[in-house]
Design a binder for this molecule. Structure first.
Ligand code: B16
Ligand code: MG
Length: 213
């Protein structure tokens, strides 16, 4: 019986994964660097600066560290502009009901996001007080696929990792959950999350999760 559920944010609770894509696409187009949704799948769950490094592999130009930080900032400005208008209407299907059901059953819930914008997004969604614990970029040294962020979340809700379920939309995130010794649930793009113990289209049907509790 599982006692804790740890949610990734971007792409699981809300579709900010799409905004990250659009902001990177805008930057890549300005730089004349090829970028598409397939490449974007590899950026999910990956930190801002590492994502930029992956994008710049398609460019033959040299970028100094300073230029890279400037470009990463620029992408973040585009992204911040997009998330400004987010409201609770932007929650993905099933999320509200699942959270409510978990709380009713006394299950501890946490968010594990490597995003420096996680708190802003959660506030805009009206969820900043909802979770028992939130881990974002500030609390961790190693990003996904390192298990640190999920282990930190388990510690924060005081549930043994093997009694936790992790929910992710990224390849790096599923690997992090698996390495943390938790049960992994993948949502979204099948190819991306096929390493998960359980793969779901989205969270609109909570039964496969509730059956694990
Ligand atoms: P930021 P998650 C991740 O969030 C996103 O999946 C990834 O695309 C993004 O680059 C990363 O956060 C960093 O975000 O630029 O806002 O600090 O999926 O772990 O919630
Ligand atoms: Mg994600």
């Amino acid at each position: 019986k599982h006692k804790g559920v740890i949610f990734d944010l971007d792409g699981v609770i809300t579709d900010t994964a799409e905004y990250h894509y659009l902001a990177w696409k805008k930057l890549a187009d300005e730089l004349n660097v090829y970028f598409d949704r397939e490449i974007n799948e590899n950026l999910k769950g990956i930190s801002r600066i590492e994502s930029l490094e992956i994008i710049l592999k398609k460019s033959d130009k040299f970028f100094s560290e300073e230029e890279k930080y400037y470009l990463a900032d620029k992408k973040n400005e585009y992204y911040k502009e997009m998330i400004k208008r987010m409201t609770p209407k932007d929650l993905l299907p099933g999320v509200v009901d699942l959270i409510k059901e978990l709380k009713d059953r006394g299950i501890k819930i946490a968010v594990a996001s490597v995003s420096k914008n996680a708190k802003t997004v959660l506030s805009n969604l009206g969820l900043i007080e909802t979770f028992d614990y939130i881990v974002d970029a500030e609390k961790i040294k190693n990003g996904k696929p390192d298990p640190e962020i999920f282990l930190n979340a388990a510690y924060g809700i005081d549930v043994e990792p093997k009694l936790c379920i992790g929910i992710e939309d990224s390849k790096a995130g599923i690997e992090a959950i698996n390495r943390a010794g938790m049960l992994s649930i993948g949502v979204g793009n099948y190819e991306t999350v096929k390493g998960a113990d359980i793969v779901l289209k989205d969270l609109s049907d909570p039964l496969p999760i509730l059956n694990l509790l």
